[in-house]
Ligand binder design. Sequence first.
Ligand SMILES: Cc1ncc(COP(=O)(O)O)c(C=O)c1O
Length: 489
Amino acid sequence: MAEAWAVHTVDRRLGSRQLAALLTGTAGERPGYRALAHAVRTLLLDGRIPLHTRLPAERELAAALSVSRATVTAAYDVLREGGYARSRRGAGTWTELPEGRRPSSVAAFPAGDDVLDLAVAAPGAPEAELAAALAGASELLVEHAPTPGYHPYGIPELRAAVADRFTRRGLPTLPDQILVTTGAQHALSLTLALLGRPGDRVLVENPSYPNALDAIRGAGLRAVPVPVTDDGWDSGLVESSLRQAAPRIAYLVPDFQNPTGCLMPREQRVRILETARATGTWLLIDETIADIALDGPPPAPFASLAPHGAGEQVVTVGSLSKSHWGGLRIGWVRAGSRLITELAMARVPVDMATPVIEQLVALHLLRGMNEVLRERLPRLREQRDALAASLARHLPEWRWRLPPGGLSLWVDLGRPVASSLARAALAHGVRIEGGARFGADPGTHEHRLRVPFTLPPELSEQAAVRLAAAAAGDLRLTGDDTGRRPWVA
Ligand SMILES: Cc1ncc(COP(=O)(O)O)c(C=O)c1O
């Protein structure tokens, strides 16, 4: 861990009252030192206390919890012994994770035939509409074919159609505020690289979308995680993190967050907008999943809540991958027109432009978007409810909150066995990601599993049967992987 420490500076601290509030209900009324250590470790592994966060001074925490100082000292000792904390004289105690707690991903494991793929939370294409859009695109291609076909900003008609959709959703937008990209992932990478410099801080949700986290790390940016629990975001924590860390960028997925499925309430959005304005933080808002609203109307664009003139600080990313098909590789950025120009200039050395034929297909699909969603959303709702029923039948000890949208359940397994379970599941014919893959701090969320409801009901029933068979096997607690004492929730 010595090298890890060398690249991390402790720039976050947890106050004694903040920690006492987090411990309420988890550590008992007046916890003994073991219960206290256990509760802090659980909060850390759950992502609710970030890694490399300075814990309160012993005396302060003892006062806040009405326990003796010796209890806190002993609890910190237990945490240090387990590799969950480090101390340095004069510098205090901060959270750590034992060596070896690294996320593993099933992407590294080959999948055979007959494998049910739950590793990706994305639906297949609406086939009839896609065929019709392809036919329509080939007609429009006649106008484009005589031109060179390089459009770093996107073809004008698609930029106009994306802008028009924002406008109809309540956020007036001009075509020159839109950049067409090769999927949302491209949009995220471009924006992070343009707005951030290596070493800059980026506030991220924990857990979050792993490819965005990888892009943040890849750009040399430093993630500042804030927890998203089954109850959603904690406004106070988001605001204090913004104020304490003054990150350059905050990357948020407010609409049916991946993987938790949470939908951020309007008041929280307004408060985050206000705070980010005060701290000069760019808000990078990922609306890739916004159309998958299963229990109510789709949310308005985040940027539509910004007071007049403050919206320039919000960069919105979107995509057709969830509403239509990831194979299209069509996404976009909405921002101020100056930033769009800079992004277009930055993308030229990378990919020159997005293919014209795919853009023409996307244009057709966008025009018929409401019809596609009218068919798609009820089916996803049915699949969500069927998956929940199958899991409840075959894995009654698993827990989850039914999300109001998105494409997956964020399941609490009750014990930290997700990596081991994911490996066992592959042997039983299910490909699925363990929760650690989504942790902004490596090694957290090992007791979670993201289970997409992208399969039809009969297949998700089969997947649940296979998962139950895998779970009935001899699963290794993560603690075993590290050669340390297993930790049991
Ligand atoms: C939150 C989020 N952002 C971005 C993406 C990537 O989307 P695209 O396929 O358009 O690159 C995904 C895909 O799963 C996602 O869930």
